[in-house]
Design a protein around this ligand. Structure first.
Ligand code: ADP
Length: 479
């Protein structure tokens, strides 16, 4: 039996999945939530030890459920989150600083335009507290235990998968993969290595950072019940979903519709560059070859539906939004911009706030709910238009996943707005599937099953007038 385990270290929980490459059988074995801490406004932390213990629990359960008949372990994780730990004790020196944490916002905003340009040119990223570099700098500048470990040559710093692999291998492997590295803001996407000029700019010595490896590399072994299991297939969560959804050709793309919305657009071996607020990133590196992607992150998407449910009480279940959206012909001019926590790509305005425009006495809840769903589709339309313009690569199809991808109205409307097919896999677990597929690839195990269980939404006419109105509404948020 060719079974492999995928571990998904998400923002609020860790999960393990078991996949059988001979039969296609897939199951989520165990999920364990991880607590988040908010020590100050805008700060977000987690206990890295708890993340590790949750991982072990989920992993061991999956190994037990497969009676230890497992060929390997792939890992995907929330990106940008930073852990600092002690080389000898393996214990964290401070809580993990989560990607959502804004504690370094002022530092990032105060950077000179020249430095911002340098960073953009080398890393493909827009300077923001979201990425790892300023978080690492903060740890070095502010945490005495980190400073002490550094002076004793015991400091190790990495993203989450790096810490977990270090612990799982008993301190044998100090590695990160190219996709996670590409989100640190210390990584040069052309040379595929840390960049000395950027390391110097942030005051981060190379020796405290992990070695960067390809996504199909065996990075170490996990020992359990007297057996060894290779760890192979490390990849950041958004890239993992792209790989898991088989978006492996230039022009293919995936959208994850969850709390936020994440778009990744495969641009092949061309390093894309964007002047319009889209990020350039590494999609994956397998067989020694790097593949690149453009990425658009929208901070709030499904949250609009949550807000209408929990704060306004317009619906009781998220799924009602589909029926209500279909119940009206259009929004009657209502536009919704759910910038609850600022605007991400392509504006990067952390202080923007949301709005609903175009309300009249005829406006009912169905119009507002429909406008919330339309706003996700319009955001994707705007970002893919910019991506195609910037890269010169034409969009060929979209794969969708995430909690809101079950909404048929949204998927149909999305296809109309993008003018390409939107394909939704019946197995919604694309993120963990990416790590599983990379694990199989790295171990040279054939995946005998092609998952063709897919719902296809074909494009009809785009809603150009409504889209223009929505763009105007967004412009009002960023004034
Ligand atoms: P995350 O992984 O970011 O926590 P999920 O992928 O679980 O998010 O998706 C949850 C989000 O999807 C919530 O914000 C919820 O409002 C939205 N959602 C769930 N079901 C639907 C639905 N049928 N229609 C629209 N939105 C939905």
């Amino acid at each position: 039996m060719n079974k492999v385990i995928g571990i998904d270290i998400g923002t609020t929980s860790v999960r393990s999945a078991l996949y059988n490459a001979d039969t296609g059988e897939f199951s989520i074995v165990k999920q364990k939530t991880v607590e988040q801490y908010y020590p100050q406004i805008g700060w977000v932390e987690e206990d890295a030890d708890e993340i590790y213990l949750s991982t072990i629990l989920c992993l061991n359960d999956a190994l037990d459920s497969a009676l230890l008949d497992v060929k390997g372990i792939g890992i995907t994780n929330m990106r940008e989150t930073v852990v600092a730990w002690d080389k000898i004790t393996h214990k964290p020196l401070y809580n993990a600083i989560i990607w959502q944490c804004r504690r370094t916002k002022e530092y990032c905003e105060a950077m000179s335009e020249a430095d911002k340009k340098l960073i953009k040119d080398k890393t493909g990223l827009v300077v923001d507290a979201y990425f790892s570099a300023s978080k690492i700098k903060w740890l070095i500048d502010n945490v005495p235990q980190v400073q002490r470990a550094f002076s004793q040559d015991r400091l190790m710093v990495g993203t989450v998968e790096s810490y977990i692999v270090y612990r799982l291998t008993g301190g044998q492997s100090f590695v990160t993969d190219v996709t996670n590295a590409s989100r640190t803001m210390l990584f040069n996407i052309a040379t595929l290595d840390y960049d000395d000029e950027l390391l110097q700019l942030f005051g981060i010595p190379r020796k405290i950072l992990p070695e960067i490896v390809d996504n199909d590399k065996v990075v170490g072994e996990y020992r359990y019940e007297g057996k060894s299991f290779p760890i192979c297939g490390l990849i950041g969560d958004q890239q993992s979903a792209l790989y898991g959804q088989d978006c492996l050709t230039p022009g293919s793309a995936k959208i994850t519709y969850g709390t936020g919305m994440f778009l990744l657009f495969n641009t092949g071996d061309k390093i894309p560059s964007s002047e319009s607020g889209i990020l350039s990133t590494v999609a994956y590196k397998v067989d020694g070859k790097a593949c690149y992607a453009l990425e658009g992150s929208v901070f709030n998407a499904g949250t609009a539906i949550q807000w209408l449910r929990d704060k306004l009480g317009l619906i009781t279940e998220a799924s009602e939004s589909e029926v209500l959206a279909y119940s009206v012909q259009g929004t009657q001019g209502v536009c919704f911009v759910p910038a609850f926590t600022g605007l991400g790509a392509p504006y990067w305005k952390p202080d923007a706030t949301g709005l609903i425009t175009g309300i009249t006495r005829d406006t009912g809840r169905a119009h507002i709910i429909r406008a919330a769903l339309e706003s996700m589709a319009f955001s994707a339309r705007q970002l893919f238009a910019l991506m195609q313009e910037d890269s010169g690569v034409k969009l060929s199809f979209i794969r969708a996943d995430g909690g809101a991808a079950v909404n048929k109205f949204l998927m149909g409307f999305q296809a109309d707005e993008l003018g390409v097919e939107v394909r939704v896999p019946l197995n919604p677990e694309s993120t963990v599937l990416g790590a599983i597929k990379l694990c199989l690839k790295g171990l040279g195990i054939e995946n005998k099953v092609v998952d063709d269980g897919i719902a296809v939404y074909k494009p009809q006419k785009a809603h150009d007038e409504e889209y223009k109105n929505w763009l105007k509404a967004v412009e009002r948020c960023v004034l």
